[in-house]
Design a protein around this ligand. Sequence first.
Ligand code: FE2
Ligand code: FE2
Length: 241
Amino acid sequence: MKIAAMGDIHVGPKIPAPVKDAFASVPRHANVLVITGDLTNHGTPQEIAICIGLLRTIQLPVITVLGNHDYESGMHEEFGQQLRDCGIHLLDGNTCEINGIGFAGTKGFCGGFTPHQLMPFGEQDIKDFVEASRSEAEKLYHSLAALKTKKRIAVLHYAPVRATIQGEPEAISPFLGSSHLEEVIDRNKPDLVLHGHAHHGSFEGHTREGVKVCNVALPVLYSKGGPAFAIFDIGNSDSYE
Ligand SMILES: [Fe+2]
Ligand SMILES: [Fe+2]
């Protein structure tokens, strides 16, 4: 099965032309579309309506997670409901199965990477922040563990490893992802992890246990000279085009 993947499409008052083109051509290249969050710029009702309109144009199963930008206007729950109402598989600690391939996912959160990740020490605000990060990782763990399919794909917005944020300023790395996600990925060992968020990051990396991780944020795909989606052939030597 061929999976088209893209992230950070950031739909605003206007849909970026390459995104429009990608939605028109993806069905010729893939059986399913995965979008790794930041569907909108600010998650406003207007942007949500435009994004839903775009998603309705595609005649493929679509799997997505929300990104931090989709939370900006506090409309994320309404956005999620609208996505589900139009048949989109929104992953938030749950799973779906398409053509025998299992998908599990959640937004994820930040907090940094070992050995420099934020620890739950001191003020309650810090402990709450770290708990938010751990809670997202737990959601990923349980959803991956629930999948019984031979092939399993994890979908995130935030990065689980440092490798795919390489290219971003080191100072902001704690805000781009969390090693808590890597820990639960390595306990479950899915076949592939897709994420976005790090616009200036790198396309491919691996967890400590060797699980392949790909950052499909649009600017990363463009920097490779490719179209606004990457294609993964899963089940057929798991290749990348
Ligand atoms: Fe983004
Ligand atoms: Fe983001």
